[in-house]
Design a protein. Structure first.
Length: 181
């Protein structure tokens, strides 16, 4: 855990009608001092969108050679590599060579769009890469839900995501910029 990290306790209930996955995960998440609440909440939603019994949060921002979230097979191979933000073309290339499936969740409004315009042509050769964008409006709404102890319900249906924490609700519509082959 990062020094001076803020600890968040999350009881995450995922109801994913698209994948027929229904489970509750108890997560202890270290929020790095440089991490915003917006990024933390994007990380939790990305976890929910890919929820699996072997999916794990990693050290994230405190290490350069790990994604934010990963899923390893029982024999230790990287099945799923989940990265947030705007990774460089080099990081995307390296990730695609390390894992069977790579999912990047860019966010940040116009900055994310500029990033994608810059690297999208170089990603066409990666059949194992998905790029799924969160709008600035959606991530702003997510950030407002953040608290150190959360009971979060995430409902996923037809690609739309509803997140509720206590009596507050946010809706997120992830947009696929690139699908895996």
């Amino acid at each position: 855990m990062a020094q001076n990290a803020t600890i968040y306790k999350v009881e995450l209930s995922v109801s994913d009608m698209d994948r027929h996955y229904y489970e509750t995960h108890k997560l202890t998440i270290a929020k790095h001092p440089s991490e915003t609440e917006e990024r933390l909440m994007v990380r939790i939603v990305a976890f929910a969108l890919n929820a699996h019994e072997h999916l794990e949060m990693t050290k994230g921002l405190s290490t350069d050679d790990e994604p934010d979230i990963w899923q390893k097979s029982l024999s230790g191979e990287l099945d799923v590599w989940v990265a947030l933000g705007l990774p460089s073309e080099k990081v995307v290339r390296q990730s695609c060579s390390k894992a069977a499936q790579v999912i990047v969740y860019p966010y940040g409004g116009k900055t994310a769009e500029i990033w994608w315009d810059k690297i999208k042509n170089s990603t066409t050769r990666f059949d194992n890469l998905q790029v799924i964008h969160f709008s600035e409006t959606d991530t702003d709404a997510l950030a407002k839900l953040a608290s150190r102890a959360m009971k979060m319900q995430v409902n996923i249906q037809d690609g739309d995501v509803m997140i509720s924490v206590d009596d507050n609700i946010a809706y997120v519509t992830p947009v696929k910029w690139k699908s895996a082959a």
